[in-house]
Design a protein around this ligand. Structure first.
Ligand SMILES: [Cu+2]
Length: 72
C-alpha cells in the first residue's frame, strides 16, 4: 500500500471534496481518498494497478490539477 498526499489548490468547498473522493475512489486499486478541504490537500492510499501518474491524470481531467506532491 502506498500513501501520497497532493496539494490541489482548486479545492474550495464540499462539492469539490465529494467529486474528488468519488472520482478518485473509483480508480482500480485505490483504497481510500481523503480530502482536507481547509488545507486543499488530497491523500490517497492505493495499490497497483493505481499509480501516481494515473491519479494525477484523473485529477487534472476533472479540473483539480495537482500543484505539488506533499509527501510520498
Ligand atoms: Cu468546490
Amino acid at each position: 500500500m502506498t500513501t501520497i498526499t497532493y496539494s490541489v489548490p482548486a479545492i474550495h468547498c464540499g462539492h469539490c471534496t465529494h467529486t474528488i473522493e468519488m472520482e478518485v475512489g473509483e480508480l482500480q486499486g485505490v483504497q481510500s481518498v481523503k480530502v482536507d478541504e481547509a488545507n486543499k490537500k488530497v491523500r490517497v492510499m492505493f495499490d497497483p494497478p493505481a499509480d501516481e501518474s494515473v491519479i494525477k491524470a484523473l485529477l487534472a481531467a476533472i479540473n483539480y490539477p495537482v500543484d505539488g506532491l506533499i509527501s510520498l
